[in-house]
Design a protein around this ligand. Structure first.
Ligand code: NAP
Length: 335
C-alpha cells in the first residue's frame, strides 16, 4: 500500500494522508466507514437503538473527520444501506470531495449466469444513483459457480467502465493469486481483498492471505476490526453486547478479553485516545485499511481519530504478543 502526499481536509483533526488502494487509481483514507449497520435491523437493531438521524450524523462526522470512503454491500439491509449512502451523499452540504463507495456482489446460489451479475451491478448502480461504482467486490467465493466465473464477469464490467476499481472479499491466498492472474489477462488490476482481521482474529497472518496480498500489491481491507464492538472495551461478561451478538460472543471471547482490554486501556491513556482507537491503530500499523461500522457521529468521529496518531513500536509489539493466540487457524473466519 503506497502512501501518497494528497490530503483531505477535516474540521476536527489534521488532514489524513490518503493511500493508494492496491495499484488502482483510487486514493482512500487509512480508515473507511463500514455500513452493514445502515439498514441492518435484525442483527444490529437499526430502527430501534439508532435511526436514520444517527446515520446522517455518522455520515457527516466521517467526512468531517477525514474519512473519504464507505463500505457497503447489496445484501446490507437488502439494498437499504446503499440507498441510505446515496441519499446522504445527495443531501450533504460538505465542501469535501464526494466520498468513494465500495459495494459488493453476492453470489447467491440461484445466480448462475453473467446476466445475473450485470443485473445485480445495475441494481447497485441504481440504488447508489451513479453510473460507475468506485470499488466493486465479490462478497464471498461461494459456489455453485466458481469464483473464477465471477472474477471474469467483474473484469468485463471494469473494461466496460462500470467499475473504477475491482476487489474481492473472503478470498483465500490461492484464490487471491488466481483472481489477480485472471484480471491481469484483461489488463485489470485487483485492488483489494476484504477479510476479517482484528486483534481477536489474526488468521490472515497464518493462512497466507496477508503475505499473498502484500506480495501482489493488493490492499487488505480489514472488516470486523472491532470484533463487532468487543474491542471497544465497553462489553464484559456481565455486560454482553445486545441482540444476536450476545449469543455469538458471550461465552467465548468475552471471558478471555479483560487482560487485553487492560493493556489497550493503558495504551489509550498514554495517548489520550479511546480503547477503540488502539484496535484500529494496530490495524493501520499492520498496513491494512480498517472499516469499522459506525452507528453514530460519536463512533464515526472516534474511529476517524485513529488516523491521527501512532502506536509506539513497543506498544505495537506488546499488542502482537498479547494476541498471539489469535494468529492460529488456517481459514479466514467471517468475523
Ligand atoms: N466482507 C464481509 O464479508 C464483511 C463481513 C462483516 C463486515 N463487513 C464490513 O465491515 C464493516 C465493519 O465490520 P462490523 O461492522 O461487522 O464490525 P466492527 O466494525 O468490528 O464493529 C462495529 C460495531 O462496534 C461498535 N462501535 C463502532 N465504533 C465504535 C466506537 N468508536 N465506540 C464504541 N463502539 C463502537 C458499534 O456497535 P455497538 O455500538 O452496538 O456496540 C458498531 O456497530 C461492516 O460494517 C461492513 O461494512 C464485511
Amino acid at each position: 500500500m503506497n502512501s501518497e502526499n494528497s490530503t483531505i481536509s477535516s474540521s476536527e483533526n489534521p488532514p489524513a494522508t490518503l493511500v493508494q488502494l492496491g495499484q488502482s487509481s483510487l486514493r482512500v483514507s487509512p480508515v473507511g466507514t463500514g455500513t452493514w449497520q445502515w439498514g441492518g435491523a435484525f442483527y444490529w437493531g437499526y430502527g430501534r437503538s439508532y435511526t436514520d438521524v444517527d446515520l446522517a450524523q455518522a455520515y457527516s462526522a466521517s467526512i468531517e473527520n477525514g474519512i473519504n470512503w464507505f463500505d457497503t454491500a447489496e445484501i446490507y439491509g437488502r439494498g437499504r444501506s446503499e440507498k441510505i449512502i446515496a441519499k446522504l451523499g445527495a443531501e450533504s452540504n460538505s465542501t469535501a470531495p464526494k466520498p468513494l463507495v465500495a459495494t459488493k456482489f453476492f453470489p447467491y446460489p440461484w445466480r448462475w449466469h453473467r446476466s445475473s451479475f450485470r443485473r445485480a451491478l445495475r441494481a447497485s448502480l441504481k440504488r447508489l444513483n451513479t453510473d460507475s461504482i468506485d470499488l466493486y467486490q465479490i462478497h464471498f467465493p461461494f459456489r455453485p459457480r466458481s469464483f473464477e466465473y465471477w472474477v471474469d464477469a467483474l473484469g468485463e464490467a471494469a473494461q466496460d467502465g462500470l467499475i473504477k476499481a475491482v476487489g474481492v472479499s473472503n478470498f483465500s491466498a490461492e484464490q487471491t493469486k488466481r483472481a489477480q492472474e485472471l484480471l491481469a489477462r484483461k489488463g485489470v488490476v485487483l485492488a483489494s481483498n476484504q477479510v476479517g482481521y482484528s486483534l481477536l482474529n489474526r488468521a490472515i497472518e497464518s493462512n497466507g492471505v496477508k503475505e499473498a496480498c502484500d506480495d501482489l500489491g493488493v490492499s487488505v481491507i480489514s472488516y470486523g476490526p472491532l470484533a463487532e464492538g468487543l474491542l471497544t472495551g465497553k462489553y464484559r461478561s456481565d455486560n454482553p453486547p445486545p441482540l444476536l451478538r450476545k449469543w455469538r460472543w458471550a461465552r467465548k471471547r468475552l471471558k478471555l478479553l479483560p487482560p487485553l482490554i487492560s493493556l489497550m486501556s493503558d495504551i489509550s491513556t498514554a495517548h489520550k485516545v479511546s480503547v477503540t482507537q488502539v484496535a484500529l491503530n494496530w490495524l493501520i500499523q499492520k498496513e491494512t485499511l480498517p472499516i469499522p461500522g459506525a452507528k453514530s457521529a460519536m463512533q464515526a468521529a472516534d474511529n476517524a481519530t485513529a488516523m491521527t496518531w501512532k502506536l509506539t513500536n513497543d506498544e505495537f509489539e506488546a499488542l502482537n504478543e498479547a494476541t498471539q493466540q489469535y494468529v492460529a487457524g488456517s481459514r479466514t473466519r467471517f468475523i
